[in-house]
Design a protein around this ligand. Structure first.
Ligand code: ZN
Length: 178
């Protein structure tokens, strides 16, 4: 069984408070298409979405990034076409708040995957070299087969994006293909 995990494709990460910008806009169509495809196949589809509290002094990201994906703000809403797909399929998509880069860290993701005997995960979203990367590292440590779709991941850092794509392959044994 497979799951598609869509990471942080929200207003704040595409055009808002911590924007990836053009590279994120360029994958809008593909992310929506993959989400619909996996819903059609009956795979588990997960929206893994960053959740932060305003001015959280204890959160390590507070020192690293401008405030983003703050609880209750529109910045946490899914962006563009993905939002439309989500709105049409809310009852079939699992929304998963996450407070750190990895979608596995202190979330119920592993449990939800185990319940459904899912051994293969597909990763899409932003940023390739931050949240997608850290999720892929946890997936590697937990023993999942991982596929990263290069046409549906993006970063504001082109060098980081390219580095992460080869790291998925060379060091995490992931498949990088569409
Ligand atoms: Zn964050």
């Amino acid at each position: 069984m497979e799951a598609l995990i869509v990471i942080d494709y929200t207003l704040d990460f595409v055009t808002g408070k911590l924007p990836v910008g053009e590279p994120a806009l360029a994958i809008e169509e593909r992310i929506a298409e993959l989400t619909e495809e996996h819903l059609r196949r009956g795979d588990l589809v997960v929206m893994a979405v960053d959740l932060h509290e305003e001015n959280d002094p204890d959160h390590p990201e507070t020192k690293l990034f401008p405030p983003h994906n703050i609880r209750g703000t529109e910045g946490r809403e899914l962006f563009g076409k993905l939002r439309e797909v989500y709105d049409r399929n809310r009852d079939r998509i699992l929304w998963m708040d996450k407070t750190r880069y990895s979608a596995f860290f202190r979330t119920a993701l592993q449990e939800e995957l185990s319940k459904r005997n899912i051994d293969t995960i597909r990763l899409v979203g932003v940023c390739t070299d931050i949240c997608v990367l850290h999720t892929a590292v946890d997936a590697y440590n937990l023993g999942y087969r991982t596929i990263v779709h290069p046409s549906a991941v993006a970063s504001f850092n082109p060098a980081g994006h390219d580095w992460a794509l080869q790291h998925f392959r060379a060091s995490l044994g992931a498949e990088v293909r569409d």
